[in-house]
Design a binder for this molecule. Sequence first.
Ligand code: GLY
Ligand code: MN
Ligand code: MN
Length: 278
Amino acid sequence: MLADLRSKYPLHNYERSALIMRDLRVVKSQTEIELTKKACAITKDAFERVLKFTKPGVTEYEIEAEIIHEFTRQRATGHAYNPIIASGKNAIVLHYIDNNQVCNDGDVILFDFGAEYANYNADMSRSIPVNGRFTKRQRDVYDAVLRVMKAAKEMLVEGTIWNEYHDEVGKVMTDELIGLGLLTRHDVEKQDPKIPAYKKYFMHGTSHHLGLDVHDFASRYKPFEVGNILTCEPGIYIPAEGLGIRLENNILITKGGNVDLMADIPLEAEHIEEIMNS
Ligand code: GLY
Ligand code: MN
Ligand code: MN
């Protein structure tokens, strides 16, 4: 394309815009924040619709239909990315988008979906019990992921460095995995620091920038700044138990702290169960 442009328009100078765009896109204007909030609000309504709809025997694609119904009704441009509706062991497959299975009594469904509104994206994950009640084990794993999310959120502030953040979240996750009996102290002592033991159960990053792209363009070396919007999305995936739980909210960094743009989307396990059983 560049050779073509140069030959067609030889009098122009050509320089890369990527480095300029990288720093511009990462700090959101008030209008961009408002559009992201709208995408989050539509995503919330779709999730609440799904909470009321889900019961044993429904299919993943019927749930997908509920989501797009709510998105279209509220003039979202569509899905921000291929939605994941992964019941039971399907949740172990990180990019499961087949969404073609029956949701069975006793399983947890992992959702990862978000609305796109005026080119801005929401990116939400939730994990809910098909029958409206978590088992003791599901609840223990859920609460572990939620504690990691809360700890990670505290670190999403101005000045935080990408790598240090991910290392710190890894430590919190390691403790939770020991608490769940999935790792031992011995596993951690003998771990290769380049591939920490927790990666066996949490094999993706905790955060990425969000904006015009779901995985928005940003420097990994620049500390977080006021106006950044990042996801916060820890998860624990246990193939042997057919269980995968991820929770994901979208966080705006502000002066002296942050604002959770999904603070009003049901998250606590009791709240999820209450809505499902109401
Ligand atoms: N939905 C894609 C992601 O969470 O990164
Ligand atoms: Mn996501
Ligand atoms: Mn994400």
